[in-house]
Design a protein around this ligand. Structure first.
Ligand code: NOJ
Length: 500
């Protein structure tokens, strides 16, 4: 009897777990799967017709030593000329949507709304029309790290006047392109750009004001996001009926020590809550722990005022609730530990947290991209629990190869996407997370900011040494095509057994 029970368990149990797993791996009918890029990273055409200069044109030209391979986005993937081919590449995979961004200086050559470029508007109309003609939904980002250089020279996002300028620009975009766009992203990864461009010198304009610049930038970005959200509700929502959100670079942080269970959340509050709390929380404003630590540190450093600016009660109310969905860009995770204050101004000391990784985690070509699939599941559940189960749009997730290898057989990318999508599907199908869209970064290899072309995120390889910028599908294209077609997530081994 005993033997029969044990044998039955041995046979049935693994099957039950496996069968159960399989049902989690179904892609729900209402989950949109798409891919993303951004204007400066792919377009090129940096000085066509009346386009104005952007902060990135200026930065890469005048400070090319800050770009790892000294390159720039002057031509990039030449998508300015090759957009029809790119839309066809998206169509071939069967993507539901394409996330692209608008280059502000292409639309407003002076930076301001006194002059609107007909050619600039026409370019984006063409792209959007082409997408619709192939049945692909455009998701459009207003700010993906490029601003007109004239505004960058005025301090960029540290100058509060940008709140008005950004709203004027957004109004032009909504008026011209809004009838054909239903999903908008106001700002891409403000938490990353504010730190890299204003605390440091790694992003344009590179103001290098540690512990000060990022908070000034964040303050104005939050105001600008809210102004644009509310302007859309007042002026366009009735006729255009789109949805608006902000995409936050959202890692997951695991507390390393059992006796400090709060350290992971403190890191989250400083890294993401900085933008999430003012918009998504019940009370609005910066996370209390962030306020407290920066206020205390500022005092210890002898500042008469906190380095973290203060919102008036009116602004707190105005910013709160300005979302239709929760935009997530997710790639990796970290361990966290508490560390005592030390007297160096900067982000790391303001958090009071030190981050580390597990050396056994595999890594992509990007030094920060450790593969930790369980992090995305934890993140989605945290968003569900802490922010009242909002609709979630995953707007970026992807894996990098080294630029000096073509990596046509990008099995590492397939493994990465499989393991992350699997955790996402469990979070949806088992835990009820309200994920509406999943977006792969990126369709094409492209200009990876300060890393130039040394890191490649594309499911299509791009030959940057050839004037045609030839696109070649990597293996992940075939794998994704099958996953989208069958609405069933399969591992590389299953794919290989069936199709190779
Ligand atoms: C974040 C950014 O939004 C995107 O521009 C960048 O290329 C990817 N993640 C990869 O680093």
């Amino acid at each position: 009897m005993k033997i029969i029970i044990v044998t039955t368990c041995l046979i049935i149990l693994p099957c039950l777990i496996k069968c159960e797993d399989k049902s989690f791996l179904k892609i729900p009918n209402n989950l949109k799967i798409g891919a993303a890029t951004s204007a400066y990273q792919i377009e090129g055409g940096w000085n066509t017709s009346d386009k104005g200069q952007s902060n990135w044109d200026d930065f890469t030209h005048s400070k090319s030593h800050l770009i790892l391979d000294g390159s720039n986005g002057d031509i990039a993937c030449d998508s300015f000329n090759k957009y029809k081919e790119d839309v066809q590449l998206l169509k071939n995979v069967g993507f539901n949507h394409y996330r692209l961004s608008i280059n502000w200086a292409r639309i407003l050559p002076t930076g301001f709304a006194n002059k609107i470029s007909k050619e600039g508007i026409q370019y984006y109309k063409n792209v959007i029309d082409e997408l619709h003609s192939q049945g692909i939904e455009p998701f459009v980002t207003l700010f993906h790290w490029d601003i007109p250089n004239v505004i960058a020279k005025m301090g960029g996002w540290t100058n509060e006047l940008i709140v008005d300028y950004f709203t004027d620009y957004a109004r032009v975009v909504f008026r011209e392109l809004g009838p054909k766009v239903k999903v908008w992203i106001t700002l891409n990864e403000p938490n990353v750009d504010c730190s890299e461009a204003y605390d440091k010198e790694t992003h344009a304009p590179g103001l290098n004001m540690p512990g000060i610049g990022s908070y000034m930038c964040g303050h104005n970005m939050l105001k600008a996001h809210a102004r644009v959200y509310r302007m859309y509700q007042e002026e366009f929502k009735k006729t255009q009926n789109g949805i608006l959100g902000i995409s936050i670079s959202s890692s997951y942080w695991f507390s390393k020590n059992k006796n400090e269970p709060e350290s992971g959340d403190i890191a989250f509050q400083n890294g993401c809550g900085w933008f999430l709390n003012p918009i998504f929380s019940k009370d609005g404003d910066y996370p209390p722990i962030m306020r407290k630590r920066i206020d205390e540190n500022s005092k210890l450093e002898g500042h008469p005022k906190s380095r973290l600016p203060v919102f008036s009660p009116e602004w707190i109310e105005y910013i709160k609730g300005t979302f239709d969905y929760f935009g997530v860009n997710h790639y990796s995770s970290r361990y966290t530990e508490n560390v005592p204050y030390n007297n160096i101004t900067g982000w790391y000391d303001d958090t009071g947290i030190i981050e580390s990784v597990n050396q056994s985690w595999p890594r992509g070509a990007s030094s920060w991209l450790y593969v930790v699939p369980e992090g995305i599941g934890e993140l989605l559940r945290k968003i569900k629990n802490d922010y009242n189960n909002p609709p979630i749009y995953i707007l970026e997730n992807g894996y990098s190869n080294y630029g000096n290898e073509t990596n046509i057989n990008d099995i590492n990318r397939i493994d990465y996407l499989y393991s992350y999508m699997k955790e996402m599907l469990v979070a949806i199908n088992r835990d009820g997370c309200n994920v509406k869209a999943y977006t792969v970064w990126s369709v094409l290899d492209n200009f990876e900011w300060s890393k130039g072309y040394t890191e490649r995120f594309g499911i299509y390889h791009v030959d940057f040494n050839h004037e045609n910028r030839t696109r070649t599908p990597r293996l992940s294209v075939a794998w994704l095509t099958e996953v989208i077609r069958s609405k069933q997530l399969i591992s590389f081994d299953e794919f290989k057994a069936k199709f190779m």
